[in-house]
Design a protein around this ligand. Sequence first.
Ligand code: MF3
Ligand code: CO
Ligand code: CO
Length: 305
Amino acid sequence: MMVRKMKFQPNNKIKIGRNHSCPCGSGLKYKKCCLGKRKKPPSAFESTKDFYYRQYKIRLKKKEDIEGIRKAGRLVTETLDMVESAIKPGMTTDDINTLVHEFTIKNRARPAPLRYRKFPKSTCVSVNEVICHGIPGKRVLEDGDIANVDVTSVLEGYFADANRTFFVGTPGEDAKKIVGISKESMKMGMKMVRPGNTIGDIGWAIQNYAEGKGASVVREFVGHGVGFQFHEAPQVPHYGQRGDGIPLIPGMVFTIEPMINLGKKELRVLKDKWTAITKDGSLSAQFEQTVLVTEDGFESLTPYD
Ligand code: MF3
Ligand code: CO
Ligand code: CO
């Protein structure tokens, strides 16, 4: 999801604008969140669930919610497997959209992207220098391309969100390199997910790994809470500092979806207002899974290797 810019308060003379992102990290506008509300610390009289909602606008998931998201997630994983076996040079990105749309409907689910904030298609297909939110259309996939397909399905009211970057035909060296780094980045982030660690630990692990390999991390798009809606609190940046941000607790469900560029991190959004491409034209790749924080670590609700 697109980051809502935070305005921090370096000293008490500078105010947070009503329309700026709330400094509590919820991703909501300040006026819709903490503005005017007194922030009490958690007390013996308030449940953790209530505290996480009041403080961060995070809706923890209970057992039956998790079962619902896991079921939606199973469908998302199957959809990506189906795309993997079908994707070939000569297909258009709209052909991929049709495959995803039909498969989703056939399985009694709804594609969340369709008409979401006026997005016109059922999935995002992002080729080569496209970072994310590629709108399916007439672009023809060529041998050696990399193509990210991002699938979010709503099944029985529950949302699950995942994506993978596929090789079209035979990959070149650069394609292999950036796809390998971005997949490993996501795994590094996932490995940090356990109670006691923070959102900042996830971002730190991803940034440390990707930059260590000479690649760069996109800042404008972040992971996000998911399950009851497409995009919920918290925001999950793919960069950051160890120990920063919201402490992870069981029942949190969010995505980890680092976008990693072979060149520089800067991006440009095309006139269609969706397609984000690397400013320097370098390749960009992404992998995404929906993860649940468990008592002793994490479980992917959209599992794939
Ligand atoms: N699936 C994307 C994500 O990972 C969001 C796509 S928004 C859309 O958050 F409108 F382009 F579908
Ligand atoms: Co997502
Ligand atoms: Co997604």
